[in-house]
Design a protein around this ligand. Structure first.
Ligand code: ZN
Length: 149
């Protein structure tokens, strides 16, 4: 069993309760940090200009509060360690069902991973391995507020 840093806990506190429950269950199995949850306008524009995000403010699942996406960084904290990201994704993606979480329209909750955007099991389209979001995020965003900072 591992523990979150205070920075991870602060990021997690801004997340949707489903994401908080998933992270708290996952940290019992695998070690990781929560890097980012809600990004305000300035932070989103910085991420866009720096090439870390492909969209402007309002068009990212990170721009809402509670956050409907989080970015996770698995131990041993090496950006090139693809296997660590894949291992973490297997833990995270299994948790909605394990925890019995209910999503929109009373259907089982689904997550979308930035390592497999089209959710077909093929990770060649996955350019954002730290990223997980409630699916479909634009529907979830209607229950959150834009995070203006
Ligand atoms: Zn993200």
């Amino acid at each position: 069993m591992f523990h979150f840093s205070s920075a991870s806990l602060a990021a997690l506190a801004k997340c949707h309760p489903h994401l908080q429950a998933i992270a708290q269950a996952a940290i019992r199995k695998v070690d990781f940090k929560v890097l980012d949850s809600s990004r305000g306008r300035d932070a989103q524009e910085r991420a866009f200009n720096g090439g870390f995000s492909k969209v402007r403010f309002g068009d990212s699942a990170h721009n809402y509060l509670p956050a409907i996406a989080f970015d996770l960084f698995p131990a041993p904290y090496d950006w090139d360690n693809k296997q660590a990201f894949i291992k973490l994704s297997k833990v995270i993606l299994a948790l909605p069902e394990e925890l019995g979480l209910v999503g929109l329209d009373d259907k089982p909750l689904k997550l979308r991973w930035g390592g497999d955007w089209d959710m077909n099991g093929d990770i060649r389209d996955g350019w954002d391995m730290p990223h997980f979001e409630l699916y479909p995020w634009r529907k979830w965003s209607k229950k959150s507020k834009l995070y203006e900072d």
